[in-house]
Design a protein around this ligand. Structure first.
Ligand code: SAH
Length: 226
């Protein structure tokens, strides 16, 4: 961009307005959650030509047919995983890395898996620039089968939608763990929460949503979605 410094948009002011209008005003008021959102400059997680739209109340394209989720949805899912301090968390679908950055800023030990190597590399670079990568492990692969090698996880967050919660992910959930995932058809989905107690799991539907498809062994075939 050819803007001089004094014409740069005030992203911090936009970020604070986004936190207040789209997150706090919709009832998510936990101070640690809001602090994590203030710590992560969302404009760095979208393509350059979309920076001016980074704080709008909607998802944005990030290339490869994928999206960075709407800020409120990121906040809502993150709030469902509380408490995150020192928790071992698996994220399926690194995408831009924004959700991983919010998890890291919330004090979690993060494993994030992405099937598109270029998105993973870009996400890694962003978190390194922000010094948020200290406790984030980036993996390229099919996250629909989880990350058996590093299981169990106290928290699992899936940010791509499948017809059902992939059974391997439930198996990799620690006792008293919480998993949150969008589930449903291509056009209409519901965010569900799965809580595991011993061998027992309780699945609760929470909120309507629309995510890109989870591709892979426990998701859709890649020809269905690309
Ligand atoms: N959490 C992301 C948004 C992710 S969009 C963010 O904060 O920006 C969903 C992502 O899931 C896409 O990048 C897509 O490539 C990825 N994905 C889809 N199926 C996957 C799979 N089986 N394993 C890993 N990543 C997958």
């Amino acid at each position: 961009m050819s803007e001089s410094p004094d014409q740069q948009p005030d992203f911090l002011a936009q970020r604070r307005a986004m936190i207040f209008d789209h997150i706090h005003q919709r009832g998510l008021r936990d101070q640690r959650l809001l602090a994590a959102f203030e710590a992560v400059p969302r404009e760095l997680f979208v393509p350059d030509h979309l920076r001016a739209a980074a704080y709008e109340d909607r998802p944005l394209p990030i290339g490869h047919g994928q999206t960075i989720s709407q800020p409120y949805i990121v906040a809502y899912m993150t709030a469902q995983l509380d408490p995150l301090q020192d928790a071992r968390v698996l994220e399926v679908g690194t995408g831009s890395g924004y959700q991983a950055a919010i998890l890291a800023a919330s004090g979690a030990h993060v494993y994030t898996i992405e099937r598109i190597a270029e998105l993973s590399a870009q996400a890694q670079e962003r978190l390194r620039t922000l010094h948020l990568d200290g406790d984030v492990h980036f993996v390229v692969g099919d996250g629909s089968v989880g990350l058996l090698h590093h299981a169990p996880f106290e928290r699992i967050i899936v940010t791509a939608a499948a017809a059902r919660v992939p059974p391997p992910l439930i198996e990799q959930l620690a006792d008293n763990g919480i998993l949150i995932a969008p589930v449903g058809a291509e056009s209409v989905q519901t965010i569900v929460r799965v809580v595991r107690t011993g061998r027992r799991t309780i699945e609760t539907p929470l909120l309507g949503c629309r995510f890109v498809r989870l591709i892979g062994q426990e998701g859709a075939r890649s020809s269905d979605a690309e």
